[in-house]
Design a protein around this ligand. Structure first.
Ligand SMILES: [Ca+2]
Length: 132
């Protein structure tokens, strides 16, 4: 059994699908939780992305777990070049079905200054209750 997923708390890092760049195994679930310093946001930079269309997914949530708002569910080669969070945490859930693995993904993350907070216009969003 190969471990996958985990908690990432450094200011930068790399997330690889299982076995990358070889084909990921079928029936695999990997969850990554990225948490950077408070008042920073997270930039995800997609270096490569190749998952079986319609069957294997990378779900990305704006928050600490899958109860958080979904940013997107990516498959095939349909990933953006870059995603930026609005808060200090992101949750990534890799799901492969029972057959056919592809090369998967290499994604860099790094914390970035939150210019909205610096300018003091994010206060309203911070005051919103956390649902879920
Ligand atoms: Ca598959």
């Amino acid at each position: 059994m190969t471990a996958c997923g985990g908690n990432l708390t450094g200011p930068a890092g790399v997330i690889l699908s299982p076995n990358y760049p070889q084909a990921y195994p079928p029936g695999k679930e990997c969850d990554w939780r990225i948490k950077v310093n408070p008042d920073f946001v997270i930039a995800l930079i997609f270096k490569s992305f190749n998952m079986e269309p319609s069957y294997d997914f990378l779900h990305i949530y704006e928050g600490e777990d899958s109860n958080s708002p979904l940013i997107g569910s990516f498959q095939g080669t349909q990933a953006p070049e870059r995603i930026e969070s609005s808060g200090d945490s992101l949750f990534l859930a890799f799901r492969s079905d029972a057959s056919v693995g592809m090369s998967g993904f290499a994604i860099e993350y790094k914390e970035e200054a939150n210019f909205k907070i610096q300018q003091g216009i994010e206060k309203e969003a911070e005051d919103k209750p956390i649902s879920g």
